[in-house]
Write a protein that binds this ligand. Structure first.
Ligand code: TYM
Length: 332
């Protein structure tokens, strides 16, 4: 608890251009939860280097993600926004937690298996211990709630296991966090391969970027892969149309039933166009705000610096407690 409020922690990797999946699965929920909770939103650059990054691009993207958080409506007067590598306690706690995490449990992480397959030339130790750094991010701030997309569920489970194990050995040290995964938008699928998650690293038309221009957004939706049939109806096995209905619902606020009714007797082509326009309309004001924020580097630097100070203060409290419990001598 901070000032009587429960705590939220979440983050996004600056490893690609953020998609509407990132928006629906995380950013949108962060904005609606931030006033009810004390929130910390992180740009997790240390996680990004588990896959090779171009240094100049990583630097540029870190600023872009920061500006996007603001543009989407994260209020820096209410929430703490910061860059992970600015708070050394993340790496410090990760090392401690590494020693309380089992090789076997990390081997079972599906994201590790997927990423190892995709990066077979670079299956580094960081890729393997990635979930421990993520656990450190969350446990450092004693977070109660972690709003994420469905793909992060397993990482939240291991975080809870690590926290529980540590608490079991040393008495209550960490808050055991709960995931917050919204049913709506928790898993947005690719428009070109609707059985796969929409992903930042997909360079093709399957991923819609928050910063894509209007024409690109509409073109991507017009080309979206749909199933055989013509009805606009949620149905088991119709991944393409189910995904489009989910996206439309997320961005329009309409329910599934309202959407099915609205498009009764109308074809896929018309529906795809409507979804594209709705998403493009919703992203327009975000893009405008993004352009304002990204062009004022002095302001971004100021916010980045104060966010890191706020986070570091809270993180230090947990690190001190952990070091004391495990038996490290305090610097005299
Ligand atoms: P990342 O950077 O891959 O994604 C950021 C957030 O977006 C969600 N997301 C999606 N939600 C719905 N549909 C999709 N297609 C989609 N794609 C991504 C993710 O679930 C995530 O919430 N390991 C994390 C970053 C992280 C983190 C943390 C998150 C590091 N430390 C601590 C929470 C707490 C990741 O790679 O997210």
């Amino acid at each position: 608890m901070i000032n009587g409020k429960k705590i939220i922690f979440s983050g996004i990797q600056p490893s690609g251009n953020l998609t509407i999946g990132n928006y629906a699965g995380s950013l949108k929920n962060w904005v609606s939860l931030q006033n009810e909770y004390k929130s910390l939103f992180c740009i997790v650059d240390m996680h990004s280097i588990t896959v090779r990054q171009n240094p100049a691009e990583l630097r540029r993207r870190t600023y872009e993600v920061f500006a996007l958080y603001l543009a989407c409506g994260i209020n820096p007067d209410v929430s703490t926004i910061f860059v992970q590598s600015h708070v050394p306690a993340h790496a410090e706690l990760a090392w401690v937690l590494d020693c309380y995490t089992m090789f076997g449990e990390l081997s079972r992480m599906t994201q590790f298996k997927d990423k190892s397959e995709k990066n077979s030339q670079n299956i580094n130790a960081g890729l393997f211990t990635y979930p421990v750094l993520m656990a450190a991010d969350i446990l450092l701030y004693q977070a109660d709630l972690v709003p994420v997309g469905e793909d992060q569920k397993q990482h939240l489970e291991i975080t809870r296991d690590i926290a529980g194990r540590f608490n079991g050995i040393y008495s209550e040290t960490f808050t055991v966090p709960e995931p917050f995964i919204s049913k709506l938008g928790g898993k947005i699928m690719s428009l070109s391969e609707p059985d796969k998650k929409m992903s930042k690293s997909d360079m093709g038309d399957g991923s819609v970027r928050i910063l894509d221009d209007r024409d690109t957004i509409i073109r991507k939706f017009r080309r979206a892969v749909t199933d055989s049939g013509s009805e606009i109806k949620v149905e088991e096995g119709k991944d393409g149309i189910n995904n489009l209905i989910m996206i439309y619902s997320t961005f329009s606020g309409k329910t599934k039933d309202e959407i099915e009714k609205e498009f009764e007797g109308r074809g896929y082509g018309e529906f795809k166009m409507a979804v594209g326009e709705c998403v493009a309309d919703a992203l327009e004001p975000i893009k405008a705000k993004f352009n304002t924020y990204i062009s004022d580097k002095t302001q971004l630097d100021k916010l980045m610096s104060s966010g890191a100070d706020q986070a570091a203060y809270l993180a230090r409290k947990t690190i001190s407690k952990v070091y004391r419990k495990i038996g490290f001598v305090q610097k005299p």
